[in-house]
Design a protein around this ligand. Structure first.
Ligand code: PBG
Length: 323
């Protein structure tokens, strides 16, 4: 007798009945870039379909996302000035603070997250302050805490530290509690690799390091046990959700963290993953929509509960129309 798995693939209806993984618009967190100005919507060349928004146009984009069923966004700021310590990152009139305030004022139910890091705000482009030519861990923690508190003061629901300094989750948690923000959450970029797939983002956020690279603080792509260690530390230090980043080249890591995590797990489908697909699709080398949905489904199947993705709006529109 032949065992016949194909019986369960015979019709579309049967296939839908036995499908193990489902994507929902509620899985998505949309990353958005914001800069000062009015009525600005500057295209990001290496990420077709993505823009640098000013707060007013950002609000319209947030509204569209919300109306399409996307519940959350994460903001990246382009400040009006950079210095050695990234001081514009914790200014109450900083760009992210203005943007958070604008969105929460008009869309109070939308979950607003903020990336907490110094690289967009420092003139050297590193994720921490420089002491004796290297990125100083402990001195950076205080500045990240200031930034996180300032984002919460503006109304952020979750802060997402992406710097990869040791001990930052515990320190940021403590600072938020002290400042009266015990009710705000932390989405930790717990497992963040030193990846070539961040290239387009660094154009978009104007945050490329001016010397060296990030291998002294972001993880070695060769390591998996270290990912478990990083995830466990952030859980102990008080993260509410943890993240693996990038997503597609690290599906094995997503699965391993999913298997040990008691927290919701997010995966960041990063700029390079987006750019690759868009480039191939624009040449007609693959079917952009199908490849996008397959990519997102694979990330979810691997074990991600939430996906940070530049495809959020496009994929949510497809899902809403029943695809
Ligand atoms: C900031 C940060 C980066 C990304 C998210 N937060 C860039 C980096 O670490 O160099 C990358 C996101 C993407 O590529 O889409 N530290």
């Amino acid at each position: 007798m032949i065992i016949r798995p194909r019986r369960l693939r015979k019709t579309r209806t049967i296939r839908e009945m036995v499908r193990e993984t489902h994507l929902s618009t509620k899985d998505f967190i949309a990353p958005l870039f914001v800069k000062h100005g009015k009525n600005v919507q500057d295209p990001i060349l290496s990420m077709p379909g993505q823009f640098q928004f000013s707060p007013d146009t950002l609000l319209l984009e947030a509204k569209t996302l919300w109306d399409t069923g996307v519940p959350a966004l994460i903001l990246f700021g382009l400040p009006d000035g950079k210095d050695a310590t990234g001081s514009r990152s914790w200014a109450d009139d900083g760009i992210v603070q203005i943007a958070v305030n604008t969105i929460k004022d008009r869309l109070p139910d939308m979950v607003v997250m903020t990336d907490v890091c110094l690289c967009e705000y420092t003139d050297h482009g590193h994720c921490g302050i420089i002491v004796d030519g290297t990125v100083d861990n402990d001195g950076t923690l205080e500045l990240l805490s200031r930034q996180a508190v300032s984002h919460c003061r503006a109304g952020a629901d979750f802060v997402a530290p992406s710097d990869m300094m040791d001990g930052r989750i515990g320190q940021v948690r403590h600072a938020l509690d002290e400042a009266g923000y015990a009710d705000r959450g932390i989405l930790s970029y717990a497992v963040k690799y030193a990846s070539a797939f961040y290239g387009p983002f660094r154009d978009a956020a104007e945050s490329a390091p001016q010397f060296g690279d990030r291998t002294g603080y972001q993880m070695d792509p060769a390591n998996a046990l270290e990912a478990i260690k990083e995830a466990e530390l952030d859980m102990e230090e008080g993260a509410d959700m943890i993240m693996v980043k990038p997503a597609l080249p690290y599906l094995d890591i997503i699965t391993r963290i999913h298997d040990i995590s008691l927290l919701p797990l997010a995966a960041y489908n990063v700029s390079g993953e987006y750019a690759m697909l868009k480039a191939a699709a624009s040449k007609g080398w693959l079917d952009g929509e199908r490849a996008m949905m397959e990519m997102l489904l694979a990330i979810k199947r691997a074990g991600a509960d939430l996906i940070l993705t530049y495809f959020a709006k496009e994929a949510a529109q497809l899902l809403k129309n029943g695809n």
